[in-house]
Design a protein around this ligand. Structure first.
Ligand code: HEM
Length: 403
């Protein structure tokens, strides 16, 4: 029997949220989590509607667990100046400035760059033998390298690994319920990244290049013009958002396919399934039970439950993606299923700005992996390590035996 739900912080729920989420969808689809002090919404229809509902704010300063960074720091600016936590007109303004860089057409133009980066990391893996950690050698470096090139923010010379770590630290402090250590590291990383981006912004002002930072500086005119701090913060968010999530996606894609050899064989037989295999990974196993906190700005109702103004609500994307009323046999990993209704990139006006880019990167990473993974490659389960970050867990490594 499934254990009674108490909190999304329960280590068993962090490890595998699905038994509890399945139970909640049928018995208590809008449930109060007293430990986190949030409503958890689990049915697809409700999750989709709360994510797109303008009566919720994403301003994390309104949440109960918010501990303000020191005033005047870049971390404090982040909560004032970035689109992911802004609402209404302010959000529209920032999003409009950045959107042009991420349309399907703009992303198609980046394809060559993405392919070049993937090939840089895939080529040395062709013909390898023994056990290889594919996080370290493949899924970790690629997304950060891609976003660095697109935004025009190269790593500190000779310090690629540390630069990547900064991007990842920034995003980790942003995960809901990140612990004090992740917050401290994240805030420190934000200072460093913002300083570095500020320095490059000054250089681009003198000598523009073919990158997003230069475009933002050059195109920044009229009533929507952004201040220097605003430009810096939007780029910090892109560097951070563009690194960790896509690394996680690439790692889960390879892991799930190795864990489901029938699906891997299917993909090898029909590579046109690549995009759908990636989307199925995003449906099947991405993220934990909770998600970004939303704050009700007025009294409202979800699924017959009254939510009061000021209450926190989390739409459980992981649950929505396994809702049996939307996906047949939702607990099966099936790369041929209809994945149109996945909510992993959100819904509504805050829908992930980088979704097109992320999908393109993940497609390329998967294609690259199929080239270097020999037929008999096998996941070394007992060496696979997981770590918990706030409400979710992620694989730290991906040990694969190449034979
Ligand atoms: C597998 C990879 C990714 C996943 C699963 C993902 C998921 C998400 C989600 C769930 C949101 C929030 C939606 C909401 O607030 O309702 C979001 C927002 C955002 N993402 Fe992504 N993301 C990914 C990759 C990327 C990449 C590569 C970039 C960078 C280019 C990016 C940039 C952003 C930005 C800027 C926002 C804020 C959008 C806004 O508030 O309007 N993401 N993403």
């Amino acid at each position: 029997m499934t254990k009674q739900f108490t909190t999304i912080l329960d280590p068993d729920v962090v490890r595998d949220p699905h038994p509890v989420l399945t139970e909640l969808r049928s018995s208590a689809p809008v449930v109060w989590d007293a430990q986190v002090e949030t409503w958890l919404v689990t049915r697809h229809q409700d999750v989709k509607s709360v994510l797109a509902d303008p009566r919720f704010s994403r301003d994390r300063r309104l949440t109960k667990f918010y501990t303000p960074p020191e005033p005047g720091t870049w971390a404090a600016h982040h909560d004032e100046y970035t689109m992911n936590v802004a609402d209404d007109a302010q959000h529209r303004r920032w999003r409009k400035q950045l959107s042009a860089g991420f349309t399907p057409r703009a992303v198609r133009r980046m394809e060559e760059q993405v392919r070049a980066v993937v090939s840089q990391f895939a080529s040395p893996l062709i013909g390898r033998s023994g056990t290889v950690d594919l996080v370290e050698s493949f899924t970790n470096p690629i997304p950060n390298t891609v976003i660095s090139r697109i935004t025009g923010i190269p790593p500190y010379p000779g310090e690629e690994d540390r630069f990547r770590q900064l991007g990842q630290d920034v995003i980790r402090q942003f995960f809901p319920m990140a612990d004090a250590e992740n917050k401290r590291r994240g805030e420190q990383a934000m200072e460093e990244l913002a300083e570095w981006i500020g320095k490059l912004a000054d250089e681009r002002r003198q000598e523009p290049r073919d990158d997003l930072l230069s475009d933002l500086i050059l195109g920044n005119q009229g009533e929507d013009a952004m201040s220097n701090s605003e430009i810096i913060m939007q780029i910090v968010v892109l560097v951070a958002a563009g690194s960790e999530t896509t690394t996680l996606g690439g790692t889960h894609t390879i892991r799930l396919l190795l864990e489901h050899p029938d699906q891997l064989a299917r993909l090898r037989a029909d590579p046109s399934l690549t995009r759908n295999a990636v989307r199925e990974m995003l449906r099947f196993d991405f993220g934990g039970a909770g998600s970004m906190p939303l704050i009700a700005m007025e009294d409202l109702e979800i699924g017959g439950v009254t939510i009061r103004q000021g209450d926190m609500v989390m739409g459980s994307v992981a649950s929505a993606n396994r809702d049996e009323t939307v996906f047949d046999a939702p607990d099966q990993f099936d790369i041929t299923r209809d994945t149109r209704e996945i909510l992993t990139f959100g819904s509504g006006t805050h829908y992930c700005l980088g979704a097109n880019l992320a999908l393109q990167e993940l497609d390329c990473m998967l294609e690259g992996a199929l080239e270097f993974l020999p037929e008999g490659a096998r996941l070394v389960d007992d060496e696979l390590e997981w770590e918990s970050i706030g409400l979710m867990r992620r694989p730290v490594n991906l040990p694969v035996d190449f034979g």
